[in-house]
Design a protein around this ligand. Structure first.
Ligand SMILES: Cc1cc2nc3c(=O)[nH]c(=O)nc-3n(C[C@H](O)[C@H](O)[C@H](O)COP(=O)(O)OP(=O)(O)OC[C@H]3O[C@@H](n4cnc5c(N)ncnc54)[C@H](O)[C@@H]3O)c2cc1C
Length: 302
């Protein structure tokens, strides 16, 4: 589902706040996240059932999207199995180190929740990153343990007339889940504004897929890419996603039933929405969205 691009470097020096640095904390994080898990809609075919079971799944294939980001396809137990995720959800991965410590980290699948027999992750690797390095080093046929789903935001078609998605780097993964679900459902008329920031054009993840959706439904999907290191022939927006841009290109805070979804590295949250305190505490709205008058109910931080 990805075009193979020459991804050169990543904008985000620290996308997503790492939830755990040690195995002990990782285990705690696992049970913390587990409390947010929910039982899948389709229990018969679902591989991840919202229980406390780790399921070992084989890596089917992987390909480089850039020098530090890979798309990885994992095989589900049978060709008819589904993963068991609803939009928007994440899952937990686990491996056991040679010394016997558990390493646990969350990731956000980008494949269609209804797809059968396999699912896909996009993972950026960090030089000292325990899980991301481990995942990048997996060979075809190797297994990784999975548990979930972790429901992040239960999407309801047409609940909001118009939403704004603001993301950076690998923070696109949950935003892309929302875009895909809305696009797939012809009854869902929610209008979507996506503002997506990266360093260079090669760092933009899922661009072909997002562009195809926006091209097919230009009245519904309004997409703007931002680069802070643009090339001379870049035709999108330059610099960071600004308060002025958000103000001029998406519904104001006093619009009817407005919602803004944000995902990116900690400095990005700080600038756009204010920090997220923990998986269960969204924290106060700060940054650009606060200046634009948005309140806590109107902003969701993934
Ligand atoms: C709900 C949720 C969903 C997520 N979905 C995705 C996803 O779809 N794709 C994806 O790639 N990531 C995703 N992440 C981030 C992912 O869970 C890990 O935090 C990330 O892969 C780093 O884990 P690690 O074990 O490799 O690094 P760790 O072992 O936790 O960190 C070791 C060292 O690596 C470096 N490091 C770790 N994390 C970062 C970072 N973010 N930036 C810079 N340096 C870092 C630091 O030097 C750190 O000391 C998600 C996070 C959350 C909370």
């Amino acid at each position: 589902m990805f075009s193979i691009r020459a991804f050169r470097s990543a904008i985000v020096s620290k996308p997503w706040a790492p939830i755990a640095a040690t195995s002990v904390v990782a285990a705690a994080a696992s049970s913390y996240y587990f409390s947010n898990m929910a039982i899948s809609n389709d229990a018969k075919t679902a591989t991840l059932k919202g229980d406390d079971q780790w399921v070992d799944l084989k890596l089917k294939s992987s390909k480089d999207l850039s020098h530090n980001t890979k798309a990885l396809i994992f095989e589900l137990p049978t060709p008819d199995s589904t993963l068991g995720l609803t939009t928007a959800s994440a899952l937990l991965t686990k491996y056991v180190t040679p010394k016997g410590s558990n390493v646990v980290r969350p990731y956000t699948p980008v494949s269609d929740p209804d797809s059968k027999g396999e699912f896909e992750l996009v993972v950026k690797s960090y030089p000292e990153g325990k899980m991301s390095k481990h995942i990048h080093e997996l060979k075809e046929g190797d297994t990784l343990s999975f548990k979930g789903p972790i429901i992040k935001y239960q999407w309801q078609p047409n609940l909001h007339k118009e939403i704004t998605l603001i993301g950076a780097g690998t923070g696109i993964t949950p935003l892309y889940q929302l875009i895909s679900a809305i696009n797939k459902n012809p009854e869902d008329k929610t209008k979507v504004n996506l503002f997506y920031g990266n360093a260079t054009e090669g760092d933009i993840l899922l661009k072909d897929e997002i562009d195809a959706i926006a091209k097919a439904k230009p009245q519904q999907f309004n997409v703007h890419y931002f680069l802070d290191k643009p090339s001379d022939n870049w035709k999108g927006e330059n610099g960071f996603i600004s308060e002025e841009f958000i103000k001029g290109n998406s519904p104001a805070a006093d619009s009817d039933n407005v919602k803004v979804f944000v995902c990116g590295p900690p400095p990005f949250y700080k600038a756009i929405s204010g920090a997220k305190v923990s998986p269960t505490d969204q924290g106060e709205v700060d940054g650009a969205l606060k200046n634009l008058g948005f309140n806590k109910d109107q902003v969701f931080k993934f």
